[in-house]
Write a protein that binds this ligand. Structure first.
Ligand code: CMC
Length: 429
């Protein structure tokens, strides 16, 4: 007999089905709880709530495991590329040569933006944060593809997915160029995804950017390591928006907004700003660690801690290694790397961080790599968004393909005033 959980409430006993995942993760299915008992569950920050069943990404936070479609992140980081991994995440399998060629061709065919979009970019003030531009322009781009809104949009999904994945990097590069008052550089069809992005970011009309293979590889790896991370804040947002049957671009634009916050994707920018501040103040990090432990300081050790990982984030291990290798190859010495390593060493021996199981996360070293490549700090979270796009697209697809998928609509426990009546303005105190 299938396992069930027993719940005793108000003198009655209820049997709740237990759902077991392929990696033996167990969940109590409460979908009929309110109908049967009149109760709902309450779970601050959704820390114990499984919002869906998904076959895309597996994380075991206690053991520091991350797998895309079953394949360990370490293997993919060593052997694969961002675009191959994007295919794996979105379509569920590693592409054959023919599939990879077709997917790459689709990315190339869709790399340009409609020229009318240039006017939209011009409307933003130069100090606009590129994440604001990115989310607005992803939404704006949807206006050029009416088929996104049609009833048959599922039939055109492959094209829509490639369109979004390709255009997001063009939008990101244009946003940067406009913020610096630089002319827009068009993509080059003969360049691969990541090299093309760097070309659009840094080439000049009279001078091609010198694409260093080590830098291209390191950025491609950063994209790959960010490609999906199950039900994090932005992906859950994408699924939430998708559940209302909003189109793919609108759902992804919402994901960009959720990612922007400093507790989520915005942490990579916050880490670098923290390291710069520590360096400016001549601190070796000790003062900052003391402040991060003091709840009244309003400071946290950015790039440390994770809702799911209670062990080293496997992506942080890979990024740290690549960071060392890249700086050596490019002959760069960065004092911020020394500060970061010192912070990590001190924090990992400190009872505050040990007791709370706080380890470096993906954002701790990624900024130093991006800085070495020449990417400005305000673009860091945009890089995260480009990387996360395959995960958002795959999760969108999963929501749309569920035969009985319902709109996401949590409940609440109301704590406001009980029945109250309207007071005319003259009688109000
Ligand atoms: N520095 C100092 N204290 C921390 C930190 C930190 N970075 N992270 C958590 N804590 C403390 C927190 O104050 C709390 O202490 P206490 O139990 O005494 O109240 C305890 O650890 C548990 O923290 P929490 O905020 O309840 O944990 P959470 O799961 O809600 O938050 C987190 C996870 C990632 C938002 C949090 O660890 C954090 O703010 N980290 C810094 C920001 C960061 O690096 N974010 C990137 C996350 S990884 C990439 C991504 O997903 O986008």
């Amino acid at each position: 007999m299938d396992k069930t959980a027993e719940l005793k409430l108000d003198g009655k006993t209820y049997q709740l089905p237990v759902v077991v995942g392929t990696e033996q993760e167990r969940a109590i299915d409460i979908s009929n709880l309110r109908n049967e008992t009149g109760y709902i569950t309450l779970d601050d920050g959704y820390a114990n709530t499984g919002s869906c069943q998904s076959s895309i990404t597996f994380i075991d936070g206690e053991r520091g495991i991350l797998r895309y479609r079953g394949i360990p992140i370490e293997e993919l980081a060593e052997k694969s590329t961002f675009i191959e991994v994007a295919h794996l995440i979105i379509f569920g399998h590693l592409p054959t040569s023919a599939e990879l060629r077709r997917f790459s061709d689709l990315l190339t065919e869709n790399e340009l933006l409609n020229e009318a979009m240039k006017h939209h970019f011009e409307g933003f003030p130069t100090q606009a944060h590129p994440m604001a531009i990115l989310s607005s322009m992803i939404n704006a781009a949807s206006c050029f593809y009416p088929e996104l809104f049609g009833p048959d949009s599922r039939n055109t999904f492959v094209v829509q997915a490639a369109r979004l994945l390709s255009k997001v990097r063009t939008i990101a590069a244009y946003a940067y160029r406009m913020s610096r008052g630089l002319p827009i550089i068009y993509p080059k069809p003969d360049l691969k995804y990541t090299a093309n992005f760097l070309h659009m970011m840094f080439s000049l009309p009279y001078q091609e950017y010198d694409l260093k293979p080590e830098a291209v590889k390191a950025l491609d790896l950063i994209f790959l390591l960010h490609a999906d991370h199950e039900q994090n804040c932005s992906t859950a947002t994408v699924r939430m928006v998708a559940s209302s049957r909003a189109n793919l671009f609108a759902s992804a634009a919402a994901g960009v907004c959720a990612l922007w916050g400093p507790l989520h994707g915005g942490a990579n920018q916050a880490v670098l700003e923290m390291l710069e501040a520590i360096h400016r103040e001549g601190d070796d990090g000790s003062k900052f660690i003391a402040a991060a432990k003091d709840k009244n300081s309003g400071k946290r050790l950015m790039g440390f801690g994770h809702r799911v990982y209670k062990n080293y984030d496997p992506r942080a291990k890979i990024i740290k290694r690549v960071c060392d290798q890249l700086l050596e190859k490019l002959h760069i010495t960065d004092p911020l790397l020394d500060i970061a390593k010192h912070l990590e060493e001190v924090a990992l021996k400190d009872p505050y961080f040990i007791e709370r199981k706080l380890y470096p996360n993906v954002d701790f070293y990624s900024g130093i790599i991006m800085r070495a490549i020449g990417i400005p700090v305000e673009m860091f979270t945009v890089i995260f968004a480009i990387g996360r796009m395959p995960g958002w697209i795959a999760n969108y697809k999963e929501v749309m393909e569920q035969p009985h998928s319902r709109i996401y609509r949590p409940r609440q426990v109301y704590t406001g005033p009980t029945l109250n009546h309207y007071t005319p303005i003259k009688e109000r105190k």
